[in-house]
Design a protein around this ligand. Structure first.
Ligand code: NAD
Length: 303
C-alpha cells in the first residue's frame, strides 16, 4: 500500500528526512512554520500543506520532528491539532528528542484519541539525516513497530525496538549521557597528558587500543590530528552542537531526578555542558569542551 505521510517539522533533521521518504516513493505532505524550511522541502520533492492539520487529514502515518516536548504535545492537541485531524487508527511517529515523561504523555494522548503511537528518536545528526543513515530507537507496540519499520528504513540504517512507550527516548537519553560524560573524560585526559609532556598522538595511540577506548576518542577525537574526520580538525564546526548536547543532558537530568538515580557524573556533565552552551559552545561541536578545560586549567595554574 502506498503510504501517505504527513511530516511536521522540516528543520535541519526533518527536512532531509522528509526528502528521503519522498525519494523512496512515499507521498509526503509537509508542514513547518519557517519559510526557509518549507522552501527546501518543496524543492526536493515534498508537497507542502497549508497547515499541520491539513497534512494529517489523509495520512496513514504522521511524523513529527520538532524541537522539544512542548512543541510535540501542542501540535498533537486542540481543535486544529494533529490528533483531531487524522483518520482513526493513524500511526503517529514522534522522532523528536523529548523527555521520557512527555513521550509517555504523548503516547496516552494519541491512544485516547483512537490512534497508535511510537516514539522514535534518532542519532546520527544532520549528516545521517541527509544520507539516510540514522539510527532509530523505537518505543511502543511490536505490531506498530513492524508496520513502521519500512518507513524508518527509508530514513535510517539501524532500527532498534527498545520496548514499550517511551523506551526509545529512554535509550537515547542514556546513550547521550554516556557520550557527554565520556567526551569530558577524554578531553580531561588529553589536557592532563599535555601538562605531563605527553603528545596527543602518543596518548591516542595508547588509549585507542587500550581500556580507554570509546567513540569520543576514536571517532570524535577532541584534538586535531589523530582522527582526520573529527570536528577538531575543522575548528570544531559541528558535528553535534554543544547546544544539542546540553539539551539532551538536560533531559537526562530530568530523568535522573524523576527516578532518584545517583548519577553524579551525569549530573556534573549536565552542569558543564549547560554552562558551555551559554557561550560560543552552543554553536561548536561538543568536543570543543576541551578548549574550556584547557582555559580553566590555565586560570587554576595562575591562581
Ligand atoms: P530545527 O530547529 O532545525 O527544526 C525544528 C523545526 O520545527 C523548525 O524548522 C521549526 O520551524 C519547526 N516547528 C516548530 N514548531 C512547529 C510547529 N508547531 N509546526 C510545524 N513546525 C514547527 O531542529 P532539528 O535540528 O531539526 O532537530 C529536531 C529534533 O531532532 C530535536 O528534538 C532535536 O533534539 C533532535 N535531534 C537533532 C539532531 C541534530 O543533529 N540536529 C540530532 C539528533 C536529534
Amino acid at each position: 500500500m502506498t503510504k501517505r505521510i504527513a511530516f511536521i517539522g522540516l528543520g535541519h533533521m526533518g527536512g532531509p528526512m522528509a526528502v528521503n521518504l519522498a525519494k523512496e516513493g512515499y507521498m509526503v505532505e509537509g508542514f513547518d512554520l519557517a519559510p526557509a524550511a518549507l522552501e527546501y522541502a518543496r524543492d526536493n520533492g515534498v508537497t507542502l500543506a497549508a497547515s499541520a492539520a491539513e497534512a494529517a487529514k489523509d495520512a496513514n502515518v504522521v511524523i513529527t520532528m520538532l524541537p522539544a516536548g512542548r512543541h510535540v504535545l501542542a501540535a498533537y492537541q486542540g481543535e486544529d491539532g494533529l490528533l483531531a485531524a487524522a483518520k482513526p487508527n493513524t500511526l503517529f511517529l514522534d522522532c523528536s528528542t523529548i523527555s521520557v515523561e512527555d513521550s509517555r504523555t504523548a503516547h496516552e494522548l494519541v491512544q485516547t484519541a483512537g490512534h497508535r503511537c511510537l516514539d522514535a528518536p534518532v542519532s546520527g545528526g544532520v549528516v545521517g539525516a541527509e544520507g539516510g543513515t540514522l539510527t532509530f530507537m523505537v518505543g511502543g507496540d511490536e505490531a506498530d513497530f513492524v508496520e513502521a519499520k519500512p518507513v524508518l528504513e527509508a530514513m535510517g540504517k539501524r532500527i532498534v525496538h527498545c520496548g514499550g512507550p517511551g523506551a526509545g527516548q529512554a535509550a537515547k537519553v542514556c546513550n547521550n549521557m554516556i557520550l557527554g560524560v565520556s567526551m569530558i573524560a577524554v578531553s580531561e585526559a588529553f589536557v592532563l597528558g599535555e601538562r605531563l609532556g605527553l603528545s596527543n598522538q602518543a596518548l591516542f595511540d595508547v588509549a585507542a587500543n587500550a581500556s580507554g577506548q570509546c567513540w569520543a576518542l576514536t571517532t570524535n577525537c577532541p584534538v586535531p590530528g589523530p582522527v582526520p574526520a573529527s570536528p577538531a580538525n575543522r575548528d570544531y564546526r559541528p558535528g553535534f552542537a554543544g547546544a544539542l548536547m546540553a539539551k539532551d543532558l538536560g533531559l537526562a537530568a530530568h530523568a535522573m531526578e524523576a527516578t532518584g538515580v545517583d548519577a553524579r557524573l551525569g549530573s556534573l556533565a549536565e552542569e558543564i555542558y549547560r554552562r558551555f552552551a551559554q557561550g560560543d559552545g552552543a554553536e561548536q561541536d561538543f568536543s570543543a569542551i576541551i578548549n574550556e578545560i584547557r582555559a580553566n586549567s590555565k586560570t587554576k595554574e595562575m591562581a
